[in-house]
Write a protein that binds this ligand. Structure first.
Ligand SMILES: [Zn+2]
Length: 119
């Protein structure tokens, strides 16, 4: 889950995280105290100082708000969740690697069906 990954990131990388769901900025850490809602909490410090270190997490985070990756035209691959640059193909859903895999799978499937049909 995205929220769990964010918590992990906070625990290991956030400079203001004080442990036990607490924050040095005089309040509880929002990511550790939002269990009752489905919506992801916002934390400006996290967004500015912690999140940018992890590209993958960053795009997942922003996409959860329906915000296209901020400032860049990157997308998150539907298959491996890595970010990639779709270039002119704005509707692409897979990164280069996965696109290749998808293509191979499709070809294999076609081959299988072809063999089946021809006996
Ligand atoms: Zn991929």
């Amino acid at each position: 889950m995205l929220k769990d990954d964010i918590k992990k990131q906070v625990e290991t990388s956030c400079a203001t995280y004080a442990g036990n769901g607490q924050c040095h900025l005089d309040r509880p850490c929002p990511f550790f105290n939002a269990e009752t809602t489905d919506n992801l909490p916002r934390c400006l410090y996290f967004e500015n100082a912690v999140l940018p270190a992890d590209d993958k997490l960053k795009s997942r985070y922003w996409q959860s708000f329906g915000v296209a990756y901020w400032g860049e035209f990157a997308k998150v691959c539907k298959r491996c969740e890595n970010t990639f640059n779709p270039g002119n193909q704005k509707r692409r859903q897979y990164c280069d690697e996965c696109k290749e895999l998808q293509r191979k799978e499709k070809r294999n499937k076609r081959m299988r069906e072809y063999r089946k049909n021809t006996g």
